[in-house]
Design a protein around this ligand. Structure first.
Ligand SMILES: Nc1ncnc2c1ncn2[C@@H]1O[C@H](COP(=O)(O)OP(=O)(O)OP(=O)(O)O)[C@@H](O)[C@H]1O
Ligand SMILES: [Mg+2]
Length: 271
């Protein structure tokens, strides 16, 4: 379980997060949703100690994050940052190997190499393992960073926008991998995701944030309501049941108030 109590973050007198308190259940997938600037990355970064909170305490399992040695924390929790930039020229295999450093201190054993292979295989990167990071596409690079995080083999995994740059097929595959990691390996996975339907389809719980606050938390069924989503995103969202699954629809508004072009839809040939 992850517990955060009275966690806040203030920059130059401006509070961008909290204070927020809550718990994330052990095992399963929790998705954090909300508009840009809501504080999702700030909360996730504080949970993974990439960022120091201004106030408050985070506990992961039995470990109080603030009081745990870095080396020990790295065996409990792994974190994918939202913006991954690496200027050094490393191959995908080398990058994924970095995930093993908390276990082996840089000297990979046979077991470490096996974990690296498994993570590469998991994310379909075998054929690209020898390529440098600047020789692959944005989505392939994103998968490499996720593979590094999974290779760390921690019970808690925090992922800030793991679907960034991924196409539909790889997004579905990624969520499937994470679901398996939760169900079969008992991992606790917390991820930030912008696509509400991905959050709803694959998560056990959803935490919705806005303006540095947690607006609501609960099961996908609790959150997938038009009034809640429209409020969180300050945008009209419709929810329809498709094949029994509550699905958010946010197509171009057709109301008079929104209409920018009252003529019939133009086809390319008309233009
Ligand atoms: N170093 C900083 N100094 C000042 N303000 C910051 C800093 N980092 C983040 N903020 C502000 O904190 C707020 C929350 O940022 P955060 O990155 O947590 O948002 P987010 O919900 O992850 O948004 P996004 O969906 O765009 O990634 C934003 O208003 C942002 O401008
Ligand atoms: Mg963010």
């Amino acid at each position: 379980m992850i517990t955060f109590s009275d966690v806040s973050k203030t920059y130059q007198g401006e509070t961008v997060l909290g204070p927020v308190s809550g718990t994330i259940a052990a095992g399963g997938i929790t998705s954090v949703i909300g508009p840009n600037g809501a504080g999702k990355s700030t909360l996730l970064s504080i949970m993974g100690r990439l960022l120091e909170p201004t106030t408050g305490t985070v506990t992961i399992g039995d470990a109080v994050v603030r009081d745990t040695a870095t080396k020990d924390l790295a065996r409990i929790v792994s974190v994918l940052r939202q913006d991954n930039t690496l200027t050094a020229r490393v191959t995908i295999r080398e990058l994924v190997s970095f995930g093993r450093f908390p276990h082996c201190g840089g000297r990979l054993t046979t077991r470490d190499h096996a974990q690296v292979d498994r993570a590469l295989d998991f994310l379909h990167l075998d054929a690209l393992a020898g390529r440098y990071l600047d020789q692959v596409s944005g989505g392939q690079r994103q998968r490499a960073f996720v593979a590094m995080v999974l290779a760390q083999d921690t019970p808690y995994v925090l992922l800030d926008e793991p679907l960034n740059n991924l196409d539909l097929k790889h997004s579905v595959a990624m969520m499937g991998h994470l679901r398996r990691a939760a169900d079969e390996l008992g991992r606790t996975i917390v991820l930030v995701v912008h696509d509400i339907n991905f959050a709803a389809a694959w998560s056990d719980d959803i935490v919705a944030m806005r303006d540095g606050r947690i607006v609501v938390g609960g099961s996908a069924g609790d959150i997938m309501h038009e009034d809640i989503l429209s409020d969180v995103f300050d945008t009209r969202v419709r929810v329809h049941a498709i094949d029994g699954t509550r699905t958010a629809v946010y197509a171009r508004p057709r109301d008079e108030a929104y209409a920018v072009d009252s003529g019939r839809p133009r086809r390319v040939a008309d233009m």
